[in-house]
Design a protein around this ligand. Sequence first.
Ligand SMILES: [Zn+2]
Length: 531
Amino acid sequence: MRKLLFLAAAVAVAQSTDISGERIRAHVKFLSSDLLEGRGVGARGGDLATEYIAAQFALVGAKSAGDAGTYFQNLTLVGVNPQATSTLNAGDTSFRWLDDFVGVTYQQKTDASFDADAVFVGHGIVAPEYQWDDYAGVNVKGKVVVLFTNEPPSNDPKFFTGRALTYYGRWTYKYEEAARHGAVAAIIIHTTPTASYGWDVVRGSWGREDSQVKLAPGEQQLALAAWVTKDAGEKLAASLGHSVDELLKMADTRGFKAVTLPMRISGTAPAAVREIRTRNVVAKIEGSDSRLKDEAVIFSAHWDHLGIGDPVKGDPIYNGAADNATGCAMIVEIARAWAGLAEKPRRSAIFLAVAAEEAGLRGSEYYGQHPVVAAGKTAAAVNLDMFMPWGRARDVTVTGAERTTLYPLVEEASRRFGFTIAPDPRPEAGTYYRSDHFSFARVGIPSFSIDQGMDLMGKPAGTGKKLFDEFEDQRYHQPSDEYRDDWDFTGMEHYARFAMLIGVNTANVSKMPTWKAGDEFLAARIQSGVR
Ligand SMILES: [Zn+2]
């Protein structure tokens, strides 16, 4: 079997040399031009971008795999903009909007409110694989839960993966778990160490419109998902005769038991609500094996950027050339090379350009809930987001791949391409949970992003890091993330070939890839029918 695998690899390398940096350039140049107005979600530029990508898939011979025979998977997002008149009261204390608390309703209505008993649930985690259940022995249905973000600290890789943050530690998980338990509201007490950023960051990113995937009929959600400052949290903690730090220590300790607060918490969450129609672009190239062609490998990249916004130096168009015209161009080029393979890999390939990444991974979340090939039959998802026009690099980042049984295959591809695998620079910050591959991981699909390396060929050591810091500072999420004719696409060409090789080998491997035992995504995989 191993021999056969390498034979397939050799074929793929020969064919993937067909991937061309200059064709990637042409796609990037068009997708990031001012004509596309920054590819806003629900805007004309976004519609043009998706139409272009669909046309490219059609041209290379990838078949439509969207709704009703089209290349589009339509989705409706709900923009929920919380109003400054929002209120939050604990006992007879009233908290102030932005200064003491921020929050948004997940009920997608204009006048959500609640008034209920409150329970402190520690970190709000239910993780059977670590024998941890903060909701054990307590019924929070219709109640307000008060909790911390992050997870019990550990250096033991077998306990919440040690220093690296698991999904249980992310604030998004906290609200999801609270809603699963029927809570009416969830309030996270902010501390800088548990959040890994200060209150200013929370305040800045929460006082604005939130894009949510439209609720299914009858779906129960939180009337308010909120954060309070540590100072506001002290008021809640004091009602239990403790300080916030003491509550956190309790939450960190094995055997923690939820505690009912001796007061009711109430609030109103007025919001401006609007529907935003957008779409993912999805194409498919069928596999060659009569049985395995029902299974698939996904290549994904988000097509959206920030659209037209506040002008910077007179320029209002947020072109998003690196972020993420590059990834879109690369998956179009991979689709072209895949369609040109004389013998197709055994499993099918799905090429997926997703919407609304910038609004919180919403297009990929929608795909995860409405997959074209069931999650349990999807062997892998490889995501491409934000590549740099700096030529070839000696390294690559594939964070998350090591948590799946695909890793030996990824290592083999890296050796073949001369890449060293660079480690995640900040595992405790949980960057793994902030890119589209994560939407696929959470439904159990072995997923990771291939990310730009920093060790640039032919340039002095440290150049990549310097260029990246410069990009982050001067261009990232600004109108100046623009295409230039002096961009070097040889690096992207190389990374696209690398991605294709991983895809081909995954599509050919006999045993269905999965997460490794002890990983939080294995449970989702078991639920979706394949281990
Ligand atoms: Zn991006």
